[in-house]
Ligand binder design. Sequence first.
Ligand SMILES: [Zn+2]
Length: 369
Amino acid sequence: MRWSLSLGSIGGTEIRIHVTFLLFLVWLAAIYYRAGGPEAAWQGTIFIALVFLCVLLHELGHVFAARRYGVKTRDVTLWPFGGIASMERMPEKPSQELIVALAGPAVNVVIAAVLLLWLGTSLDPQNLTAIENPTVSLAAKLAGANIVLVLFNMIPAFPMDGGRVLRALLAMHVGNARATELAASIGQGFAVVFCILGIFYNPVLIIIAVFIFLAASGEAAQAQLRAVAQGALVSDAMITKFQSLGTSARVGDAADALIRTTQTEFPIVDESGRLRGVLTRDTMIKALKERGPDTPVLEVMQTDIPTVPARAKLDTAVRLLTEKELPVVGVTDAEGRLVGLLTVENLGEMMMVHTALPKTYRASERFFR
Ligand SMILES: [Zn+2]
């Protein structure tokens, strides 16, 4: 990811800080400095840095819980608005998703509990919320911040952890697809309420509302895609009319093909019909600019493109495509020759067709089988 610095990695997960987060710290330090001089600036900045350490530990709670179920996480990035863990996927089983979703807030519960125990009787409950008061001890403020983190994250709306908890609990009773639909609607309901509250009280709520609304629709679309993919075969969804390039082709030939077709990914296929790699529009343009039209496509193509048999189940291919964020997956016949392509875009089209069909068609799956 660009514009972010790596702090090292923990158990195969890279910890990154986005540049905007550092700017955010500088900005806060300046505000504290103007209000109370250098000492206030230090105290304020240390407090915010500690809060974000708790946010990081929260994300790592999710990461390590997910790892128990074989789900890897490439990195955790700290942004001014919080941490984002780029998990490959959520575990399919509702009970596992429940544990992964709860693991984050549980970390903050533990931190708050330890701080409160340590503070013991010296704690005045009012101090927990007095974040801007310099006379309140750092430990009390930090305990308060962790309690706020738990409450905020447990709001039952995607992409909050509470939304995932709600979905997992619903899925145990009504099945995955219906549970996501319900949880997404509830999330969007919350978004509307936040938006109205934001207009009257705090504009930050409007930003959160937009975030929740988009995440909820994205989540619903993905669940729908999974539901459509279930029971269908790769051959039902693949593109069969496409242009491929030979192993002797040059980037200039690829650019010609780009203009003449509506394709944006071009498979490179050898004489025996096997997929050797894929050239995407972006890499093509980059190669054209940096190395010229005579560059062999073999030298610039992406080679880590997996293939699936045409008779394979569609959901496994969908998982491959979305988890690894690939531009395309190749589809092969029994002899291993390339016969089709699968892209996120054409899966989207398949879904549009599917949702436009009357329910009776969907139920019997006559269209796709
Ligand atoms: Zn979380």
